[in-house]
Design a protein around this ligand. Structure first.
Ligand SMILES: C[S@@+](CC[C@H](N)C(=O)[O-])C[C@H]1O[C@@H](n2cnc3c(N)ncnc32)[C@H](O)[C@@H]1O
Length: 243
């Protein structure tokens, strides 16, 4: 027996299928999607990190890089190709000392040279595991492209986004080297000014960057904190240690 859908439901289905079609159209014609397919990147996001890195020269041979919210792995691929190139003509020292540690709630397919941890950055057992994985080393660069699944409730989503950035900031301030850097995705909205102020308190310098590969209509942008301020460094036991 066929049942008629109420008009408001019909309208919402038509509207969402129009939105989906528009998204698909944008996606198929997107030059970064085509370039990612050609160059074997898992996501167009690789070009956002590439532009940030080429502007600020953050990732260098020998570095230890931690990538938070790493799946499907395009940022890790970019870092791995830069720190651990496969070309036989390059000196093997290009690989020496470099490490990449990736964390995501979702499973991630292996990438050459990347140590993968699956877990939630908000879970203390997971951050302890991540700290253990550092094996007493400090990170040169912490990356966070983390984004929550959106619920559609503005206030709830803003709080989730803010909390992920704060977790990345706390991790970075605890584990970065004095000349290290944090690259974090933030969103323009109610918590932006607050997060920017927290970056200013935590770092010697803060850069804002909206890479070309980040869609104009997206509220996302990136904050890069340079030179963590150690008087504010938190110890793993919850205290604050002046260095
Ligand atoms: C935009 S994607 C990252 C894309 C990635 N930079 C790349 O190049 O492939 C955001 C990721 O953040 C992850 N994420 C969201 N919340 C998280 C959390 N609490 N802990 C760890 N990862 C999280 C999601 O699972 C998702 O894979």
């Amino acid at each position: 027996m066929s049942r008629k859908l109420p008009l408001f439901k019909m309208k919402s289905i038509v509207k969402s299928s129009r939105v989906n079609r528009a998204w698909l159209n944008d996606h198929v014609n997107d030059p970064y999607v085509k370039q990612a397919q050609k160059e074997g990147y898992r996501a167009r996001a690789a070009y956002k990190l590439k532009e940030i890195d080429e502007t600020l020269h953050l990732i260098r041979p020998g570095h230890l890089v931690v990538d938070l919210g790493a799946a499907p792995g395009a940022w890790c691929q970019y870092v791995s190709r830069k720190l651990m190139p496969k070309t036989p003509t390059l000196p093997t020292t290009a690989r020496a000392g470099s490490r990449i540690i990736a964390l995501d709630i979702l499973p991630m397919v292996a990438i050459d040279g990347v140590e993968i941890i699956q877990g939630d950055i908000g879970d203390l057992r997971v951050t302890a595991l991540l700290a253990e994985q550092l094996q007493g080393q400090r990170a040169d660069v912490v990356l966070s492209d983390m984004a929550p699944n959106l619920s559609g409730h503005g206030a709830v989503d803003a709080a989730r986004i803010e909390s992920l950035v704060e977790l990345a900031l706390d991790f970075a301030l605890m584990h970065l080297k004095p000349d290290g850097a944090l690259v974090a995705k933030v969103f323009h909205g109610s918590s932006y000014d607050d997060l920017f102020r927290r970056f200013q308190e935590g770092f010697g310098a803060v850069k804002r960057i909206k890479p070309k590969a980040s869609r104009d209509k997206s509220a996302e942008t990136y904050l890069v904190g340079l030179r963590p301020q150690f008087p504010h460094r938190h110890r793993l036991d919850g205290g604050v240690s002046p260095l």
